[in-house]
Design a protein around this ligand. Structure first.
Ligand SMILES: [Zn+2]
Length: 366
């Protein structure tokens, strides 16, 4: 581990952000959106009849798409991942790529999907993800991976209930591997109130809630309802701070409950819900000292990785190496795993800190 640290520090001269390649965790990563071009090519080679090109599933640097176009891309990706073996393969590849980026703790999320053409059921889908996680563990990868089942808004309340039931079953049968639920999908479809009952039930069962909230403007009513649960983490929250309407009250609610925000800079800029990096709401929440966690959202689709997100935040908001380290360290409090896992991660971070910031670091070896 320290050998790589030495190499990184001697080759990357960037406000110390390179150190974060060793100290990062990812808490907002959708499995299908995280599939890299390399994995996508493997899958496409197995399904030549689909005639899907790489550029149909990735938004390269400098390019942007509307949120609607982004969701069309996910539809395309779903056509390539239709069998449990596809899900197993992408889970393993995604975890290995996060590990290669230096991520030590990862919470993946995905909507259980059934495919009549291949006989894949929602249960088999979840099992394939969990098998992928176990396979990486058996290979000895230095990354702790957990899973959240996603409720896709498009499915409506009935499907949401089934997803909660499935999550509860896996929560009981797989210890701490399955930790909670995510509410996601096209934010312009359906209404948050349709999911309140399912989400409350999940909460009572001990599952944690990470909800995409205020991803698009003018959703004050829905936001207020979802914040009332309250969720354990908020995905994006891009329009919580908008000057329109009574959003100030919403900000107060988030602050009052100290609900951590999962913030994804590249995703929001490329998906055009934020006009620029400089105007990203990271700045607002960071300055007031509210808990924020940098995440990738969909590293495959948005062609990014977690190190890049830390670089962007440091560069855009002029963060010192110490501030970047603290940002990473503080976000351990927002993970869904147990306090003993938190304590282990905190100890790991603290152990690395003096080494990272030591002026004699160049002499550090294993
Ligand atoms: Zn997301």
């Amino acid at each position: 581990m320290f050998i790589k640290l030495k190499v990184l520090l001697s080759t990357v001269n960037f406000r110390g952000t390179s150190v974060m390649q060793f100290l990062i965790r990812e808490l907002h990563a959708h499995l299908n959106g995280s599939i890299s071009s390399v994995t996508m090519k493997k899958l496409m080679a197995q399904k030549p009849d689909l005639e899907i090109q790489n550029e149909m599933t990735v938004i390269d640097k400098g390019q942007k798409r509307t949120l609607e176009e982004c969701f069309q891309m996910f539809h395309m990706i779903h056509q390539i991942t239709t069998r449990p073996e596809d899900i197993f393969l992408v889970t393993k590849d995604v975890i290995k790529e996060f590990a290669a980026d230096g991520v030590k703790y990862l919470e993946l999320r995905s909507t259980p999907r059934e495919e009549k053409t291949t006989g894949m059921t929602k249960r088999k889908y979840v099992e394939a993800v969990l098998q992928g996680i176990s396979a990486c563990k058996e290979e000895g990868l230095d990354i702790d991976v957990r899973f959240l089942l996603s409720i896709d808004r498009r499915g409506g309340p009935v499907v949401a209930k089934d997803t909660v039931k499935l999550a509860e079953e896996f929560f009981l049968s797989h210890g701490e591997m399955v930790l909670g639920l995510d509410l996601s999908g096209d934010p312009t479809v359906g209404h948050g109130k349709d999911f309140l009952e399912s989400l409350s039930e999940a909460r009572q069962s001990g599952l944690k809630l990470a909800l995409h909230i205020s991803e698009v403007p003018n959703q004050e009513e829905e936001t207020r309802l979802l914040l009332g649960l309250p969720p354990d983490r908020i995905g994006h929250g891009s329009f919580l701070t908008s000057a329109a309407g009574d959003s100030c009250e919403l900000v107060q609610l988030v602050r009052q409950h100290r609900i951590p925000l999962e913030l994804c800079l590249t995703s929001n800029v490329k998906g055009q819900t934020t006009p620029s990096y400089k105007q990203h709401h990271f700045g607002y929440w960071y300055i007031i000292g509210h808990p924020v966690v940098l995440c990738t959202d969909d590293k495959g689709v948005f062609a990014t990785d977690l190190s890049e997100e830390y670089h962007l935040a440091a560069d855009t908001f002029n963060l010192t190496p110490e501030q970047v380290w603290n940002l990473s360290y503080e976000s351990i409090n927002s993970i869904f795993a147990s306090s003993s896992i938190k304590l282990n991660l905190q100890a790991k971070w603290k152990k690395l800190k003096p080494t990272i910031f030591s002026p004699t670091v160049s002499s550090v070896s294993c």
